[in-house]
Design a protein around this ligand. Sequence first.
Ligand code: CDP
Ligand code: CDP
Length: 223
Amino acid sequence: MSIPPFIIVAIDGGAASGKSSSSRTLSDRFNLLHVDTGSFYRALTAELLRREVKPADLPAVQAALADIALGTRVEGRSAQMEIAGRVVPDAEIRTRHVNDHVSHFAAIPEVRTALLEYQRSQAAVARARDFRGLVMEGRDIGSVIFPDATFRFFLHAHPEERARRRASEGGQDSISERDRLDTSRKTAPLACPPGAISIDTTHLTLAEVVETMAKPIAEKLAS
Ligand code: CDP
Ligand code: CDP
């Protein structure tokens, strides 16, 4: 009897390109652990802000990172990051304050290094809990975290359409400024890595985006 393959699906893209919605659907459909790495950067940012650490103060950033203990809690099919044993709730990580600071902290190489192995370790979490694999979304998953992922997708959409999507969700978010910072940083910039499947979602419904990704995944799992 052959053992079904453990698959890793990497989904990268700018803000409101459709990463979270599509990866949640793929997670449910194929029993994959869903890992939203943006929520990790957000939770770490909320904690650094709580400690009144400024992105420009590298020694303070490093001291805080050395002091922050990370853990993982799996809720349903979703991996949640714990800081000192507590999952930082959405209400604390999807704020204007965090939106305004997260890309500044995420541009610091030491911050990215602190999360690198933690993100990779989610594959072991998924295996230990008998998921068929994991779907991880972010900015550098297919380029840095899992360059050998079974599937690497890169979602993009016209900036005006993404702004419309985010505005219709409510809340304040300057996504063009975050995109500018995320694409221009030196370490792990947001970009479609060579060989990734690029999908322009501007004129696609969410269901069409999901089907584009689900087809090759279903074929692989049936093989
Ligand atoms: O949901 P949205 O696409 O607006 O953002 P997010 O995925 O929650 O990510 C928030 C921020 O975290 C991004 O703007 C990046 O600065 C950072 N991030 C990153 O640098 N690398 C990742 N793999 C994921 C997020
Ligand atoms: O995770 P990310 O920031 O990339 O985007 P998202 O949270 O999945 O999507 C942002 C919003 O756009 C959600 O309300 C989605 O339902 C919507 N969306 C859409 O209308 N059409 C798409 N093709 C993709 C997302």
